[in-house]
Write a new protein. Structure first.
Length: 440
């Protein structure tokens, strides 16, 4: 029997280990860096609106809750899928996709669980915090696949109310499949829930053309559509199944991060459920697809990931996309130390008040050598010993080319300055260094 409008569901999902979620235990977030992409100006009196946060997302959301409760217009959630596998990050270029044994790999993320109960115990409290962060007219998009989505649907009915279910979106894609005893599994499921009875939705931004056969049908007879003719020029709101290609090896967006989602998918989501200036969240941000897309659409954003490698990939991606200023915060006071220490050598040259820093080497590096294995580097030309204010950055393009090895800055007045340098290799190793300069 279908539920009546406003009726509370009587079905709940229970599992061994499910317990009441404890109240938030906020810990302070520490400001580590502020990134002002080359060409933008540091605003002395205001901090960047956008934030990239390193740390466990449950603790991060606890830290944000007092300040940001009810502020997010949209949250996109792309958690691990309970695959039982670990995913490595591809860091090589020009490799044969048919020969995975030859790929150069870096650390990715683990998606291994002792049981589905353990997985649900991870997901449950995080969905509660996302619900609390959403605005009254906000929307949650939860992206999963066949392994856990049926459990998540019952959980979201419990947490948001079945009456606030909006859509079950099927993302369809093509690709090779190892299956020989079942139909190829070539779709993901995105569950869409509203926070309340009213919700933001902007249909005219996501309209798509009608199929040519529809145009032919209505051109053939005035009785087509039983006399109801749609606005064929305006287009239609898409159905709840979407086709977008996955990120392939030669795709311009490819970062090498496992399970990376296409920007076109996130663009449709952001256009449908947010507008310019709205705050968008992604607390499993991975390679930063949501952040990059939100930035290009003039949304404010907060992204979070527990892996330093993800933060580095996001930095590189935002630099290549010429993003607006953003900050990097963390639950700890310092960026974690690199697993492999590398030595940075740089030359500093001054021409009156214009100073150029040139990286001379990073050692040890990957076999490709310097500068090919240099993914990203940045400089704070007026480092004060506290927050790093990155004013100039250079990043290696995803497919072809190497990283620019010189960064320049013009000082407005004479004085003694500290220059802080930070470089990231493609295997994730990080190096920092300082130089001093006297400007006369």
């Amino acid at each position: 029997m279908p539920m009546r409008k406003g009726e509370t569901p009587t079905v709940r999902l229970e599992w061994n280990g499910k317990s009441a979620v404890p109240p938030p235990r906020p810990a302070p977030l520490h400001r580590l860096m502020e990134i002002y992409p080359s060409g933008t100006r540091i605003q002395k009196k205001t901090s960047p609106l956008n934030r990239l946060i390193l740390g466990d997302n449950l603790a991060v959301m606890d830290a944000l809750l007092e300040e940001m409760r009810g502020k997010f217009r949209l949250i996109y959630c792309d958690p691990p899928f309970a695959t039982g596998k670990g995913f490595d990050r591809r860091i090589g270029r020009g490799e044969d996709s048919r020969k995975p044994e030859t790929w150069r790999l870096g650390e990715g993320y683990a998606d291994s669980w002792n049981s589905i109960e353990e997985y649900l115990s991870m997901l449950y409290p995080r969905l509660i915090r996302m619900r609390d962060l959403l605005a009254a007219d906000g929307t949650l998009y939860l992206h999963l696949d066949w392994r856990a989505v049926h459990f998540a649907k019952v959980l979201l009915d419990e947490l948001f109310g079945a009456e606030n279910f909006i859509n079950e979106i099927i993302w369809v894609y093509h690709g090779p499949s190892p299956g020989k005893s079942y139909f190829n599994r070539k779709h993901d499921t995105i569950l869409v829930y509203g926070r309340g009875k009213t919700r933001a939705f902007y249909p005219d931004r996501i309209r798509v053309p009608y199929h040519p056969s529809t145009h032919r049908t209505f051109a053939s007879s005035p009785k087509a559509g039983f006399g109801k003719k749609p606005d064929l020029l305006r287009g239609k709101i898409p159905e709840d199944w979407w086709y977008f290609p996955v990120i392939a090896r030669l795709h311009n967006e490819r970062t090498g991060y496992p399970t990376q989602k296409p920007e076109a998918l996130l663009e449709r989501i952001l256009q449908a459920s947010s507008t310019k200036g709205d705050l968008v969240g992604d607390f499993f941000c991975g390679s930063g697809t949501t952040l990059r897309t939100a930035d290009s659409l003039s949304r404010r954003w907060i992204g979070c990931d527990t892996l330093p490698q993800s933060i580095s990939i996001c930095q590189r991606r935002l630099a290549l996309g010429r993003s607006r200023p953003y900050a990097i915060d963390s639950l700890v006071r310092e960026m974690p130390a690199a697993a492999k220490r590398i030595r940075l050598t740089a030359a500093v040259r001054a021409d009156r008040r214009r100073v150029t820093v040139t990286l001379a080497g990073l050692s040890p590096c990957l076999p490709d050598g310097f500068p090919v294995s240099l993914d990203y580097w940045e400089a704070d030309f007026d480092y004060r010993g506290d927050v790093i204010r990155s004013e100039h950055q250079a990043a290696r393009p995803w497919r072809k080319g190497s990283t620019e090895t010189s960064l320049s800055h013009t000082y407005s007045r004479a004085g003694s300055y500290r220059i802080f340098l930070r470089a990231i290799c493609s295997d994730g190793a990080v190096s920092t260094g300082e130089r001093r300069i006297e400007i006369k």
